[in-house]
Each structure stands twice: as C-alpha cells, then as structure tokens.
Write a protein that binds this ligand. Sequence first.
Ligand code: ADP
Ligand code: MG
Length: 270
Amino acid sequence: MKNYGEEILQMVDICKVFDLGDGKKLHAAENVNVTIHKGETVGIVGESGSGKSTLAKMLTRLYSMTSGKIIFHGKDITDLKGEALRQHRKSIQMVFQDPSTAFNPKQRVKEIICEPLENFGMIDKKDVEAKAKEMLRLVDLPEDFADRYPNNMSGGQRQRIAIARALVLEPEIIVCDEATSALDVSVQKTVLDLLVRLQKETHVAYMFICHDLALANSFCDNIVIMQHGKVVEKIHDLREAKDPYSKKLLASVFTIEEGKNKVLPDELFN
Ligand code: ADP
Ligand code: MG
C-alpha cells in the first residue's frame, strides 16, 4: 500500500440542509466525516444525487455548511472569513467534469493557467508566458499551446489544462469532481496516469469524486461510499465492501463496463 504522509484535513460531522421552500428540506450531507492525508487519494463514490459535489463545494467553501467543522493542519477553519479565507483557498483547488465550461473562451491557455497566480498577485505579466510553458510541460502538453485558445482542443487536452491551472498555486489538495467521467476510457487512463505522476512529484492529495466504484478502487487509497448524503461505508479495497449499496454500485458499473475488460472478484457477488 502507498505510504502517504501526515493528516492535512478533517471534515467533521458535516451536514448540509437545502431549504426547498414550502417547508421542504433536503439533507444533502448528514454527519459526513472525511480525513485527507498528504499525498493520499481519497475517493468519494456514490450514485448521482448522493451528495458528492455538495461535499466538494463545502470543502472548497463554494457552499456554506449547515453544521460541522473543517480542521486544516490542526486548526479549525470553519469560520474563516475575508482575506484569511481567500488565502486559505490557495491550498485547495478544484478540477471539474466539463473543462469546456470551466474556461473563459476569450482567454488564451497561458492566461487560463496563470490566472490563479494573477488573482493572488503572485506573478508579473512578463513571466506569464514562461510559467504557462513550464506548467504545460508538467502536464505533457506542447509549449506552443500557451498562445492558443482552449475551444478547439480535445476533452483530454482541456482537462490537462484544468489540471495545470489547479496545480499552479501548489495546493495541498486538489478536488477532482468527476474530472475524468466525460472522457473516453483510453483518454481517461492517460489523465489518471498523469494525476498519479503529479502526485508522486508534488505529494498533492486528491479528493477524487466519481460514480464508478471500480475506477475509484483502481485509483484511490481509501474510498468513502455515499448514498443520500450519508456515508455508507469506508473501504481501502473493494473486496472489503460489505454494504448492499456498495455491491449494487459495483454491479451496475460492471454491467455498463462489461465490454471494457473490467474484472471484479466473484466473492463480491456471493
Ligand atoms: P452528486 O454530486 O453526488 O450527484 P449533489 O451533491 O450534486 O450530488 O446533490 C445532492 C443532492 O442535493 C441532490 O438531491 C441535489 O438535487 C441537491 N442539491 C445540490 N445542490 C443544491 C442546491 N444548490 N439547492 C438545492 N438542492 C441542491
Ligand atoms: Mg456531482
């Protein structure tokens, strides 16, 4: 098993209740606990609507929490506000499913990649080109992409640009929310290989959100399985999966992916 480092982040008893009006409330997260270590990949797996993205948005503070705490390097950052919150945001970056909507089509690739540095006043205009090229090399894209626009690039190339942008602030955690789900299986594999290499080089931790438990199993050190906003179980390996819901997730993935050579252990279905 991979040897990851010290604890970076704890989400403790996180709850999110959406008020749907007419007295209706939706519990999108109920007492969720997730711990992330340096260099670790934590999978968050569940069907659509299970609360995965809501959890990611609370972690990146795009959504407020109804209750619960976030501890970062031992410090309670739940109530961080203003400039302190802005600075904290450098530590946790996000890569979304659809890179085509994540970018401003009027920006060149170099501006897209370096925008986070510019937002924090961490780069001079004259250095943008060189920094963008450095980041493009890191994600195995040609340097001359720096001056191009993202709209005529492939989904895999755009996702590499999103990864370069997420890495430019040297975050400790990158949240990948279905980041490879829209890609063809072969392209998905190359992007996952890239994430593995970048983790080896930078010791970044990933919160890897997906609905494919078999994929998460091949990529994650630990997996949190969610259903209706609750943690069903936490596993290291899918052979440990006990809950009927986890097995159902596996079975549905197996059916869809049958043609793609995914082999699941028989004992799961006994
Ligand atoms: P997942 O990412 O696992 O598909 P989400 O976190 O997007 O699930 O959604 C969990 C539940 O919360 C869903 O029922 C969804 O409709 C609801 N939800 C998400 N965001 C909002 C919102 N801003 N307002 C109301 N309900 C929301
Ligand atoms: Mg989602």
